[in-house]
Design a protein around this ligand. Structure first.
Ligand SMILES: [Cu+2]
Length: 210
């Protein structure tokens, strides 16, 4: 009887510890906000956090997950123009909805893209859309009507190749706006939408305005 009681109590303690660890290390784990309020966002998207060139995140519990770096929580001013530069290093996953290959909600309707063609020659263009099968990720803030598809680096690109995508958008009043990627880029998860696609700090986060 005593043995059984000890066994049950020990099991309960272990289960509780596992649950606390799960919530603490997995569910609540997210990088902190970019320091200060800024009207310029400089970000990097990587195929795996362990590949990060500009902002390594060595203590991240998921080094093999796709992600936006250095963080996914951004402080920006209200009613302002925000300039964004994304150094995009990941290959294509493609969009399920080809409509999202078009950019929405950005100043002038176009993003500026520096990239490399199939022969490895550097190119740059102003683009209002990309081939939806060549989307690597999207930068989307639904409540602001902003959606920017990010052009993938080619399959034959040298390691460390970056496409540089720049654009700007306008914020509205103060508030917390959810943003996320709409490309099913979470390789190895159900429909590509698990793991980094459904965890803050990787393919989604918050735009804190004001
Ligand atoms: Cu993504």
């Amino acid at each position: 009887m005593v043995r059984r009681l000890v066994f049950t109590a020990a099991s309960v303690v272990i289960v509780a510890l596992v649950m606390v660890a799960f919530v603490g290390l997995f569910m609540l784990h997210k990088p902190g906000p970019l320091a200060g309020t800024t009207a310029k966002l400089h970000l990097e998207t990587v195929a795996a956090l362990s590949d990060a060139v500009e902002w390594p995140r060595p203590n991240d519990p998921h080094p093999d997950w796709v992600g936006y770096l250095p963080t996914t929580t951004w402080h920006v001013p209200a009613n302002s123009t925000i300039e964004v530069q994304i150094d995009q290093e990941d290959g294509a996953s493609g969009l399920r909805n080809p409509f999202w290959g078009k950019a929405f909600g950005i100043e002038g309707g176009k993003m500026h893209v520096k990239y490399f063609d199939d022969q490895g020659n550097p190119k740059e263009d102003d683009m209002s859309s990309i081939d939806p099968t060549m989307a690597s990720h999207t930068f989307a803030i639904p409540d602001l009507g902003v959606l920017v598809p990010l052009l993938a680096v080619g399959d034959n690109a040298a390691p460390g190749t970056q496409n540089i995508i720049t654009f700007s958008f306008k914020t509205k009043g103060p508030g917390v706006y959810r943003w996320q990627c709409f490309v099913p880029c979470a390789a190895g998860t159900f429909l590509g939408t698990g793991g980094p696609m459904s965890t803050f700090g990787y393919m989604g986060g918050q735009l804190i305005v004001g």
